[in-house]
Each structure stands twice: as C-alpha cells, then as structure tokens.
Design a protein around this ligand. Structure first.
Ligand code: ATP
Ligand code: MG
Length: 172
C-alpha cells in the first residue's frame, strides 16, 4: 500500500469510528482490577454491557452470555464482555462468536497484581466485594491475552492514583 492511501485510510474519522463500533471487546482481569468501572467511564455511552455478574439468577450463564452477545452483534450494536475471562479457552469461544459476526475483536488486559486487587476489593462495599479467595484462584488461572488468540487490537490497562488509567496499545 502506498503512503498516500495509508494516510487517507487512517485520517478518515468516520471509518475509524465505524471500525471501533463494529467490535466485540473482551475484558481480561482479576476481580477488583477495575473492569466494570472502566466500562462505565469509557464504553457505557456506545457499547452494550454483557457480564455474568449482571445475571445472578440465570442457570446457564455461559449460554445466556452467548445469546446476549449474538443478539447485540446481530443488531449491529458493539459489545463489551466484562468478566474475568481468565483462560485462553474461555476467550476462544468469545473470539469465535465475534468472528462469526465479522466484527473486530478487541482485548483489554487489566494488569493489576493480586495485592492491588485485594486492597481495592477490601475498599468495596456490599455485594460488589468478592471473597479474597476468588482473587487468588483467578490469579492462578489467568493467562495473559496475546494476538495469537485472534485479537485485532490489544491494550493493557493500569490503574493510576485514585481514579486514573494508563492505557497502552500492545504491539502485534
Ligand atoms: N482507575 C482506578 N483507580 C483506582 N481505583 C479504581 C479505579 N477504577 C476502579 N477502582 C476501584 O477499584 C475497585 C474495583 O473496581 P471494579 O468493580 O471496576 O473492578 P472489576 O474488575 O469489575 O471487579 P469484578 O471482577 O469483581 O467485577 C472499586 O472499588 C473501584 O472503585
Ligand atoms: Mg466488575
């Protein structure tokens, strides 16, 4: 591709927006790593929120989650899947679903260590707080996401200070 064409492609805001909105966004991170807060601050205005935390009374939550994702993508609505999504195997189902709908697959890895998450979890109140063991178990299972899984874009998110984020685009 020559330089002129490349510049044109990247400077076309409508096309960039269209790309961002034809997407399945997969969050990966320990409990209390800041995923749901990040959804509210960065995606709530544009993306549907799918999370197994939002379906406490559903029996087969994986199946229900697949249905909700498929429904949104069929309606051309971009989706964020906000769970721990710890393993490559779990994510493979989501990536395949996104691919079947022909959308971009975008991953956000909330890169917080166990100690940080335990501290943030301790400061959460009520039903938001999880047993500490859930953080240890998730840390054991967590496989850092890579492009080999089929992501089109991958970002690392680090929480900074009281409410800020450092977002790094990972090189393919
Ligand atoms: N950028 C930030 N800086 C500092 N604290 C934050 C930040 N974002 C979120 N928090 C705090 O961290 C705690 C955990 O955040 P949040 O509930 O978003 O995590 P989560 O990854 O969705 O957890 P879970 O997997 O259990 O749902 C909350 O108390 C929240 O207020
Ligand atoms: Mg959450």
């Amino acid at each position: 591709m020559n330089a002129a064409v490349q510049t044109k492609r990247h400077s076309d805001p409508e096309r960039l927006l269209a790309n961002a909105l034809r997407a399945l966004v997969i969050f990966v991170g320990l409990p209390a790593s800041g995923k749901s807060t990040f959804f509210q601050t960065h995606f709530a205005g544009t993306h549907r929120h799918v999370s197994k935390d939002l379906m406490p009374n559903v029996q087969n939550r994986d199946q229900r989650q697949r249905e909700l994702i498929a429904q949104a993508l069929t309606q051309r609505q971009p989706v964020v899947v906000d769970n721990v999504n710890a393993s490559v195997a779990e994510r493979a189902h989501l990536v395949a679903l996104g691919r079947a709908h022909g959308v971009r697959i975008i991953g956000y890895h909330f890169d917080s260590g166990v100690r940080e998450c335990l501290e943030r979890n301790a400061s959460r109140g009520g039903r938001q707080r999880v047993p500490d063991v859930a953080i240890y178990v998730a840390a054991k299972r967590l496989e850092v996401p890579t492009y080999a899984e089929g992501f089109d874009n991958l970002y690392r998110v680090r929480l900074v200070g009281q409410s800020d984020y450092e977002i790094t685009a990972l090189p393919p």
